[in-house]
Design a protein around this ligand. Structure first.
Ligand code: ATP
Length: 227
């Protein structure tokens, strides 16, 4: 990779709330890239969670910003929120490419989300638009399980400064699968704990815990009726 170019990692999510799994993975990605720059992108409306009511964007942005405040190399962008409509990842990648043509973009995604990538808006273009970093989630061990129809070819490891595996995607882009610890934390479990009066210490940064309490988020018993 050209040493004059910067690598920018795009890490999108609903972040409802932003939790320690997101935070730790953002730090791992930030430290593996050089020079580091990780952009966290709270979605306006996650297209793959159509029935899920999400907390107001201003809360999700505020929690994400509070979680990474003072961490150099990690920033929060409201680009998807400002764009409104479904937060299609391809549009985000294309916007960043236009805005920062000299950057090498990598798209950071959990293994659970990647397993459903063929349902994403114009996914073939997305897979050909930038490299990907796959984050392990419980039950996946960082092993890519691409949806049927998407062929990936294992290649010599080339994974920034991580140990891990590397694959070629159909359009020639890379899929990096770093060996990172699996962190069994999900926003859904956190919402459920808050709703049932359980403690969420250790699952979210303390600033996020305080924010949830002060704004009374996730206590509505009707909210978590999602499939
Ligand atoms: P929910 O439980 O509401 O479905 P979530 O915890 O999966 O939410 P999202 O905001 O949907 O959080 O996740 C954004 C991105 O971060 C996705 O690509 C997801 O796979 C990934 N991710 C979420 N939690 C973790 C975690 N603990 N470890 C690694 N990746 C994660």
């Amino acid at each position: 990779m050209d040493s004059q170019r910067t690598t920018v990692a795009l890490f999108g999510g609903t972040f409802d709330p932003f939790h320690n799994g997101h935070l730790r993975m953002a730090v791992e990605v930030m430290e593996a890239l050089g020079p580091p720059r990780v952009v966290l992108l709270p979605a306006h409306h996650p297209p793959h969670k159509p029935r899920q009511p999400v907390s107001d964007a201003r809360h999700r942005i505020a929690m994400t910003e509070a979680a990474v405040a003072g961490l150099p190399g990690i920033e929060v962008s409201d680009r998807e929120i400002r764009r409104e409509g479904p937060s299609y990842s391809l549009l985000t990648v294309l916007e960043f490419r236009r805005a920062e043509p000299s950057a090498d973009l990598v798209f950071v995604v959990g293994a659970d989300a990647f397993a459903e990538v063929s349902a994403w808006h114009r996914y073939e273009e997305l897979l050909a638009a930038c490299d990907f970093v796959l984050l392990p989630r419980p039950g996946t061990d960082g092993v890519p399980r691409p949806p049927s129809g998407i062929r990936i070819e294992k290649e010599e490891p080339h994974c920034y400064s991580w140990k891990g595996n590397s694959f070629r995607l159909p359009g020639g882009r890379r899929l990096f699968c770093p060996s990172l610890p699996t962190l069994d934390i999900s926003s859904r479990a956190i919402r459920e704990k808050v709703r049932t009066g359980k403690c969420i210490r250790g699952l979210v940064p303390q600033e996020v815990e305080r924010y949830i309490r002060e704004h009374g988020l996730y206590i509505d018993p009707g909210e978590e009726t999602r499939p």
